[in-house]
Design a binder for this molecule. Structure first.
Ligand SMILES: [Zn+2]
Length: 291
């Protein structure tokens, strides 16, 4: 759906509200008081009313829009813009495009959408051959420079990054390793520390037990073979060689940094995961040819 089609489908607030109503009815409206699943629609108060006990619930209840007062059409338009575009939007840019006079509700709406994107992607595991690495994303005040570079520095958040990297028929004929590997699904998780315990919980939650995982020689990955079928370790101090050995995980990390730093500038640590959710969600739904 493009913007023209969006406007035709949702020409006004009522049409957007009815679309949300239909979606909730399709998912099934359940009474919170008695568990009954048959409801009247109370148009004047924009609520469902339980046919058994009379309890009411607002249309927004239990949805992504629950805490928000923004119009339904603004929500649908934002969801459309965020999910249908390849790049990300800053809240400021979106506020301008929506013509809304306040920044905070727009910022909050975007964070909620990103959080749901993370929940959607949490439903599947990565499988096959997987590149796994860690990365550090700058966080907090953009004017405050981090103390030191690399692992463990302040002003940066540690992120574990795993991506499916399946060999293709061309793998041994091509000089460029990237062309020899087809990139599959991507997962990125902010972790309090890059250590064996965090790597283990990522592996248990996100990686199929039958997978082969390829990492560098960092000690955090030492016990990975307990959680996956095969753990393949390559130690290299040559950055050029390393990026050939881990073509997709490094591409994903540098693209994510470029998008997040380039568009959102200063990301505060509690929200970094949301920005990564949006990046991974788009990455996982890209057309293969466009990446
Ligand atoms: Zn009821």
């Amino acid at each position: 759906m493009n913007l023209m089609e969006f406007n035709e489908r949702f020409p006004d607030e009522h049409s957007a509200m009815m679309a949300v109503k239909q979606l909730r009815e399709k998912q099934g409206v359940i009474c919170r008081k008695c568990g009954h699943d048959d409801h009247y629609w109370q148009r004047t108060i924009v609520s469902f009313q339980c046919k058994q006990c009379g309890a009411r619930q607002r249309l927004r209840s239990g949805t992504i829009m629950e805490q928000s007062k923004l119009p339904y059409r603004m929500w649908l338009m934002t969801i459309h813009l965020v999910t249908a575009t390849k790049k990300s939007f800053s809240a400021l840019e979106l506020q301008r495009q929506l013509g809304h006079n306040r920044y905070e509700p727009v910022w909050y709406m975007l964070q909620k959408i990103r959080s749901v994107m993370g929940k959607r992607d949490a439903k599947y595991q990565l499988a096959g051959y997987i590149e796994l690495d860690d990365a550090f994303f700058e966080i907090g005040d953009p004017h405050q420079k981090p103390n030191k570079a690399g692992r463990g520095s302040t002003g940066k958040a540690g992120v574990l990054v795993a991506v499916e990297s399946e060999p293709t028929e061309n793998q041994f004929r091509r000089k460029n390793r990237k062309e020899g590997r087809k990139c599959g699904k991507l997962a990125m998780y902010v972790v309090p520390n890059i250590n064996a315990a965090q790597v283990a919980s990522l592996a248990l939650a996100k990686i199929d037990a039958a997978a082969t995982v390829h990492t560098d020689g960092h000690k955090s990955y030492n016990k990975l073979d307990q959680h996956v079928d095969r753990h393949h370790v390559t130690i290299s101090n040559d950055p050029k060689r390393t990026s050939k050995l881990f073509p997709w995980v490094h591409t994903a990390i540098s693209n994510a940094k470029r998008v997040i730093m380039g568009i959102h500038h200063s990301v505060h640590s509690p929200f970094l995961q949301n920005y990564l959710n949006e990046f991974c969600w788009k990455f996982n739904r890209r057309a293969v040819s466009s990446f």
